[in-house]
Each structure stands twice: as structure tokens, then as C-alpha cells.
Write a protein of this length. Structure first.
Length: 181
């Protein structure tokens, strides 16, 4: 066994100051996830294949948005109650895409692939981190504007909005997709 110096001991004591020792006799209850009943039938996805999601959707770009501008889109089929929950970030998400460091073309391909995978996995709530464009060579956040332009073109989209500060604020969006079941 190696010798621990007094300096290391004091650093350790300082690091754990204010913590409590765990009682080894206490047990922690673990929650086992309930198994979900099997699906009776699986609906065939009507979502386009990867590489076709944005094909033929070359609408005019909306006006550019700035780094700190709040963005949102609500499909007419999205209820006000669901959209309010989306704005609050009041949902569990399993899928997150971080576009930091991507070029515009790479980001578009990654976004399309990500949405396709989410639809195939029947995910409904997503987070996309596009950033605020601080390191962009242009005078506006390129990836944020790309996301704001492309998301409304997705047939299975119910809505999206800028995230809460804890999830990235105006540098990220919450996305709400139609139920694929």
C-alpha cells in the first residue's frame, strides 16, 4: 500500500467537506421498468425515407432570425395544451441532436437522418441543439436559420419552439412529432 501525503489528505478532506457518509446497511430501492404490452399491429410509417424528407420542399426562406430570437412553429393540428407543454419543456425526451461544428450541408443531412430515426423509433419529443452562431462566418446563426426553415417542412411535425434556458434556450429547439402508432 502506498503512502498518502498530508497534502493529499487535506485536499481530499477539503473536497468531501459537507458530504455525508453513506450507511452501508441502508438499501436503495430500485425501480424496474414495467414491460410494455406488445403492439397489436404496427402501422406502416408514412414518413419519407432518409434523403427524401426535404426533397421538393424548396420554399422561400423565412426572414432570418438572430442568435437570441425566440422561434416557434405550431401546426394547426397541434392543440394549444400540447404546445403549451412543449414551450415549458414538460416532457421526456429520448432523442437529442447537437449540430455544433457542422457545416450547413452536414447539418441538413444530420437533421434529416435524425428526424427519420426518431419517426422510426416512434419518438415524439426531441431536442435539437443548433447553437447561437457565435463562431459563424456570417452575420447570422446559419444552423438556427436552417432548423427554422426545414422543420416546418416535415409532414409529421406538430410543432417546435425555442428551448428553456436549462436545455439551451434560444440555442436549441424542442420538437413535437405526430404519434406514429
Amino acid at each position: 500500500m502506498s503512502h498518502i501525503s498530508d497534502e493529499d489528505k487535506s485536499l481530499f478532506a477539503e473536497a468531501v467537506q459537507g458530504t455525508q457518509k453513506l450507511n452501508p446497511r441502508k438499501t436503495v430501492a430500485t425501480v424496474t421498468p414495467k414491460s410494455q404490452p406488445p403492439l397489436r399491429h404496427k402501422r406502416r410509417s408514412t414518413s419519407p425515407e432518409p434523403g427524401q424528407l426535404f426533397q421538393g420542399n424548396d420554399q422561400a426562406w423565412p426572414s432570418r432570425v438572430s442568435a437570441f430570437e425566440y422561434i416557434e412553429y405550431q401546426h394547426p393540428n397541434c392543440s394549444a395544451q400540447d404546445f403549451k407543454r412543449l414551450r415549458k419543456g414538460d416532457f421526456k425526451t429520448r432523442f437529442c441532436l447537437d449540430l455544433h461544428g457542422h457545416t450547413e450541408l452536414e447539418a441538413e443531412k444530420a437533421l434529416e437522418h435524425f428526424i427519420h430515426e426518431a419517426l422510426q423509433s416512434q419518438a415524439r419529443y426531441l431536442i435539437i441543439v443548433h447553437g447561437k452562431g457565435y463562431h459563424s462566418e456570417s452575420d447570422y446563426p446559419v444552423l438556427k436559420n436552417l432548423v427554422n426553415y426545414r422543420l416546418p417542412q416535415i409532414p409529421d411535425l406538430l410543432g417546435f419552439c425555442s428551448a428553456q434556458p436549462k436545455d439551451g434556450g434560444t440555442g436549441a429547439v424542442y420538437v413535437f412529432l405526430k404519434n406514429q402508432r
